[in-house]
Design a binder for this molecule. Structure first.
Ligand SMILES: Cc1cc2nc3c(=O)[nH]c(=O)nc-3n(C[C@H](O)[C@H](O)[C@H](O)COP(=O)(O)OP(=O)(O)OC[C@H]3O[C@@H](n4cnc5c(N)ncnc54)[C@H](O)[C@@H]3O)c2cc1C
Length: 499
């Protein structure tokens, strides 16, 4: 897949550094198609802005197409329900406020997106950027399948500083990428223009009404093993409310204590709670950064810490997954870490648990069990607990490969924000020391940083956290049982209308 930067003069509203040409078409006039997948929003979306801008320049129509995969990294009802409900809102807003049609296709994107481009005679396909191998492979395949006349642009609308601008290589740590990102912030951390309405109308030849209720019901049914959560409302409006709403917005009400309380699992609201929205692209990290920066004079430490996590750590994770093909295996660890893990792979373990025991939170450690239950039932484990949780999996399984596999499996299955570069990176940091340094050597962990129960007890009130999780899990179970009862009652009434 050839990638060349686009000439800056052609693209006045989007910094040309954000756009890469994956395929240069031999030129024709046809519509512009934006294949949206990682940045599922109308506002603050550089890929959409670019697609509309290109369409207006060429005086052609523009449409958005979204492919619903049959399977994507094990996503379940919790993830797909949230995503589709967000997309339903987006579809409505796109069509009503911008008159841009939204098409939902289903299957393998290599096939469906190429087919869509072919059938509408598009001249330009604009896509989002993701560092994950499945998406990279799919995009390369689409470039192969679409006609030679079609140009394909990739826009990094997810990172504040586009991945390829921040660095051209695998970075060693936050220390090595921080300066590179900061140097580029003045070019990229800028205000967004509004999306221009398209000048040319898309002519819809056939009925393309999307039966959202039916599609959502289907994915909820087939992924019911991991049910939806009700605390996290999907969509762009809800995302902005979490960021800066007047009731309990992160920047409006909760920012003050971010730097002091963010590592205390007993104070979960000290965290922003933005990760599900960032993962599905229902909010732009750049918007979060722009709004946070406005508050720097009042809360310098909190804002700086938040921007470090939101920009440096998050974009480092994208860098890792993009430049390290083995981002989810021991092969992707640095040499020193691989060696130390293998040296200690056969060390005696006090406990060895199976994946099933771990999944059911059946360990001898009540703190670990609480964090596992928080993830399974609530769908978002506290950030500090994620590190402890993953490190204990290393301690309690038969070896580092198995530990990493179980860690990624559970993270992707239950976390609302799972199947994300920050997830692979977080598991690799905890188990394989990626972006970390070597520590004093000890059994099982070797030189990988160690965490234990006693350390947690010194940092926060462990019993309070366990009680807090038990309470939320108890409430969720009760609500589930009540819902089940009322469902049964509905069925009974249907079968016995006389009652
Ligand atoms: C084992 C393990 C697994 C993880 N799995 C995921 C995952 O699947 N998805 C995910 O988004 N994050 C993951 N993280 C990173 C981090 O724990 C979460 O991003 C954070 O807890 C999300 O909550 P928040 O948005 O309220 O955090 P906040 O502290 O409010 O952070 C704001 C944003 O900054 C980014 N961020 C924060 N911490 C990190 C970090 N350590 N690395 C990269 N980006 C960060 C996230 O985008 C986050 O939403 C994982 C970390 C570990 C150690």
């Amino acid at each position: 897949m050839a990638t060349t930067p686009s000439p800056p003069s052609m693209l006045p509203s989007v910094n040309s550094g954000r756009i890469r040409t994956l395929k240069e078409g031999s030129g024709k006039t046809g519509p512009v198609v934006y294949w949206m997948f990682r940045d599922q929003r109308l506002k603050d979306n550089w890929a959409l802005i670019h697609a509309v801008h290109q369409a207006n320049k060429a005086k052609v129509p523009v449409a958005v197409v979204f492919n619903l995969f049959d399977h994507f990294l094990g996503a379940k009802a919790r993830h797909l329900g949230f995503m589709l409900k967000g997309l339903r809102q987006l579809c409505h807003q796109l069509q009503h406020s911008l008159h841009i049609p939204f098409f939902l296709v289903r299957g393998e994107a290599e096939e469906t997106v190429s087919k869509f481009v072919r059938e509408c005679g598009a001249s330009l396909l604009v896509t989002d950027m993701s560092p994950l191998r499945e998406v990279k492979k799919c995009k390369a395949e689409i470039c192969e399948r679409v006609s030679d006349l079609v140009t394909v642009h990739e826009v990094d609308a997810h990172n504040v500083v586009p991945l390829w601008v921040a660095s051209e290589k695998l970075e060693y740590s936050a220390r090595t990428i921080r300066g590179k990102i900061n140097k580029k912030l003045s070019d990229y951390l800028v205000d967004f223009p509004d999306v221009e309405p398209p000048n040319t109308k898309w002519v819809i030849t056939e009925d393309h009404v999307i039966d959202w209720d039916d599609i959502i019901a289907q994915v909820l049914r087939s992924g019911s093993e991991v049910p939806e959560v009700d605390w996290c409302e999907p969509g762009e409006i809800a995302a902005m409310e979490v960021l800066m709403g007047s009731k309990n917005g992160f920047l409006t009400k909760r920012l003050r204590n971010y730097s002091t309380d963010r590592n205390n699992p007993c104070k979960p609201t000290a965290l922003s709670g933005l990760s599900p929205y960032l993962h599905f692209g229902q909010i732009s990290a750049q918007r979060c950064a722009l709004e946070a920066r406005k508050l720097r004079a009042s809360y310098p430490q909190a804002v700086d810490t938040f921007l470090e996590e939101l920009i440096v750590r998050r974009e480092l994770a994208d860098n890792f997954c993009y430049y390290q093909p083995h981002y989810d295996s021991i092969q992707g660890a640095w040499e020193w870490a691989r060696k130390t893990l293998l040296d200690h792979a056969s060390d005696k373990r006090q406990h060895v648990y199976t994946r099933e025991q771990l999944e059911k939170a059946k360990t001898a450690d009540p703190l670990w069990n609480a964090s596992q239950l928080e993830m399974v039932h609530y769908g978002k484990m506290h950030g500090f607990m994620r590190m402890y949780w993953a490190k204990k999996i290393l301690e309690w399984t038969r070896g580092p490969e198995e530990a990493l596999e179980i860690c990624i499996y559970l993270n992707d299955k239950y976390e609302m924000d799972g199947r994300d570069p920050s997830g692979y990176n977080g598991c690799m940091w905890s188990i394989c020391g990626v972006h970390d340094q070597g520590w004093r050597e000890r059994p099982i962990f070797g030189k990988i940083r160690y965490m234990n129960y006693e350390g947690c007890k010194r940092k926060f009130d462990v019993d309070r956290y366990i009680a807090y999780v038990n309470k939320i899990v108890g409430e969720l179970r009760k609500r589930k049982a009540e819902n089940l009862l009322s469902e049964k009652e509905k069925v009974r009434r249907c079968c016995n209308p006389e009652d």
